[in-house]
Write a protein of this length. Structure first.
Length: 227
């Protein structure tokens, strides 16, 4: 989760988020190269006199036409690769349905017969010592680590958005429509997210908590809730 005075992204916990962080760094390096070139040319123009040959040179016009095209290609290719990765839905080991309400989430584990629960934010008066204010919920989403997870997202009333930054997941929940995305967690842990679409007065009070556990622990948890 985010920390005070944090400048970068949260630690990536899925392959998609790792790719997004790498693309962010790549885009910053391209932007740095462009800024350095522009500053160098500005300094050159201020310190040296320009001749009419330099201003009207066909070679210069050719360069400043080709360079932007190269920059766009350098940004577009990795961006398209990530977009296609985010839309891939392989054979999932687990399918989860998330339904947004004002102002809580309902989760259905569709591979199990009776594994459905509502997830509400814990009020401050019930918050255990050491837990995070406005982020903890009464029922976490528990998933097996290193397993392909498909999540189907919709809403019951107004627009919501299911977002967990450290997993690189953000998908709109739209009434009457089923959106889907997939991810794989690469490590055990507890990952926090929030509704990322303004959905009313208590929009800030419907957090998302995903707990990634080894498969054997997930099986024990699911058996306990299904019984």
């Amino acid at each position: 989760m985010a920390n005070h005075s944090q400048l970068g992204f949260q630690d990536a916990s899925s392959p998609i988020m790792e790719e997004l962080v790498e693309f962010h760094d790549h885009a910053l390096m391209v932007a740095l190269a462009i800024c350095s070139l522009v500053l160098y040319l500005l300094a050159l123009m201020l310190m040296e006199k320009l001749s009419s040959n330099t201003v009207d040179a066909q070679e210069v016009e050719l360069i400043w036409t080709i360079l932007p095209a190269i920059v766009l290609i350098l940004l577009a290719l990795p961006s398209l690769q990530i977009l296609y990765m985010m839309d891939e839905i392989d054979e999932p080991d687990l399918t989860l349905k998330a339904i947004g309400h004002q102002w809580y989430w309902t989760y259905e584990y569709t591979d199990f017969k009776d594994l459905t629960f509502d997830s509400y934010m814990l009020p401050t008066t019930e918050l255990p010592m050491g837990h995070f204010r406005l982020l903890e919920v009464d029922h976490r989403v528990v998933i097996p680590m290193e397993s392909p997870i498909r999540i189907i997202i919709t809403a019951d009333d107004v627009l919501h958005s299911w977002a967990v930054p450290t997993l690189g997941v953000k998908t709109d929940a739209i009434p009457g429509r089923l959106n889907q995305t997939s991810f794989i967690t690469t490590r055990p842990g507890i990952f926090y997210g929030q509704c990322s679409e303004i959905c009313g007065a208590n929009h800030s009070y419907m957090p998302i908590v995903v707990e990634s556990t080894p498969l054997i622990h997930f099986e024990s948890w699911s058996a306990l809730l299904s019984s």
